[in-house]
Design a protein around this ligand. Structure first.
Ligand code: CIR
Length: 255
């Protein structure tokens, strides 16, 4: 069960966020409203939400998932592969927030790079995607830290997606939502795979929260498949974040 969540309010500069999408720039006012609705949905799942203030120098800083991995034993501050995001990982208010919950904070160091959107937690095991943002050295450091704390990790090769969790969501009970290249990846063959069709690929970025699954608005087939598994579904519109390659998981740290 998750007890705590950390989010960061989007900044006015969100329109300058990194993107590979061709969907126009996010509209700040709409992004703010969508963020409020996201926080309301999280609150419904019974967690305590810590809300950090906006950081105008970092257009992508609302995507807090990438800057830390929060495990049951320690928090690990990452070293983002995207240069414009690297200093997000050391923002003092984030460190302070994490220190309230964790006695042990670990760090990924140069030349390692890793963004925790590339890390999927399944119990005490962590799958780490080797993406354009996460290099092998970063993944090795992460696995060494996990093992030091009695946890484990493994690397996953990937080619198509921005982050591992762009195309994967673990819904507990061995249920794994999979899109694109991950449908056939050998690492995931023993999961009960719920396949997401290409036209709804963005909908693969859902989050399991204490028996609920939060699903992005506008992906009816994904929603239906998740409901059919018996989960309570909460729907949140993330269309402004999609414009800069962000989704539901990216917007929070959950632990
Ligand atoms: C970026 O390119 O870094 C942001 N525009 C989107 C980050 C999405 N984060 C995630 O998938 N964990």
């Amino acid at each position: 069960m998750f007890k705590n969540v950390i989010v960061r309010v989007p900044s006015k500069t969100i329109s300058e966020g990194l993107t590979s999408a061709d969907e126009g720039k996010p509209i700040y006012e709409k992004a703010l409203v969508q963020h409020e609705n996201y926080v309301s949905a999280l609150t419904k799942t019974g967690v305590n939400v810590t809300v950090l203030g906006p950081e105008d120098d970092f257009p992508d800083s609302c995507f807090v998932e990438d800057v830390a991995l929060c495990t049951s034993k320690c928090a690990i501050i990452t070293r983002p592969g995207a240069l414009s995001r690297r200093k997000e990982a050391a923002l003092p208010d984030m460190l302070e927030a994490l220190q309230k919950f964790y006695d042990t904070i670990e760090y990924i160091e140069d030349p390692g790079t890793i963004e925790a959107g590339d890390i999927m937690m399944v119990g005490d095991h962590f799958y780490i995607g080797l993406s354009a943002r996460t290099n092998e050295e970063g993944a090795k450091q992460m696995i060494a830290i996990l093992e030091k704390h009695g946890l484990s990790g493994q690397m996953v090769e990937m080619k198509e997606m921005l982050h591992l969790k762009t195309g994967l969501a673990y819904l507990e009970n061995n249920n794994l939502l999979v899109a694109g290249e991950f449908k056939t990846a050998p690492e995931f063959k023993d999961f009960n795979k719920i396949e997401v069709e290409i036209s709804e690929a963005y909908g693969a970025n859902c989050i399991w929260m204490n028996g609920y699954v939060i699903v992005p608005e506008g992906y009816p087939n994904v929603q239906q498949k998740i409901e059919a598994l018996g989960y309570k579904v909460l729907v949140v519109d993330t269309s402004e974040y999609r414009k800069i390659d962000g989704g539901l998981s990216c917007l929070s740290l959950r632990f």
